[in-house]
Design a protein around this ligand. Structure first.
Ligand code: ZN
Length: 117
């Protein structure tokens, strides 16, 4: 948390991250290229997003109290935002996100169909 900065500056710093939890995105590069999923978590500082069932790695667990046999679990890892594009909920296409300001409120728009998203 950056609390020392005035609010306006904090807002500015956030503008890199255009994606939000619940957005549907498509992976454009890497091992899950071409797949789509819904954003589960957004990590603003890291510029990464966690997407359901995307970028899942097998993790080997050593024997412990919970898993006396040890085992392999699926562990989703966050993906860089540069590796995904938003799928616009209105036009269903891969879209770039723009911003518009109306009555002092900033909202996201799809650059493809100009809808609020
Ligand atoms: Zn659109």
């Amino acid at each position: 948390m950056i609390t020392a900065q005035p609010k306006a500056e904090v807002e500015l710093n956030k503008t890199n991250m255009k994606l939000k939890k619940g957005d549907k995105v498509k992976v454009i590069t890497g091992k899950d290229k071409g797949r789509d999923g819904v954003i589960e978590r957004v990590y603003n500082k890291m510029n990464t997003v966690l997407i359901t069932n995307i970028n899942v790695y097998k993790k080997h667990i050593k024997k412990n109290e919970k898993m006396p046999q040890g085992g392999v679990v699926d562990l989703p890892r966050p993906l860089d935002v540069a590796k995904v594009v938003l799928i616009c909920p209105k036009c269903g296409k891969e879209s770039k996100i723009g911003y518009k300001i109306e009555k002092d409120k900033k909202f996201r728009v799809c650059k493809n169909c100009d809808s609020k998203i």
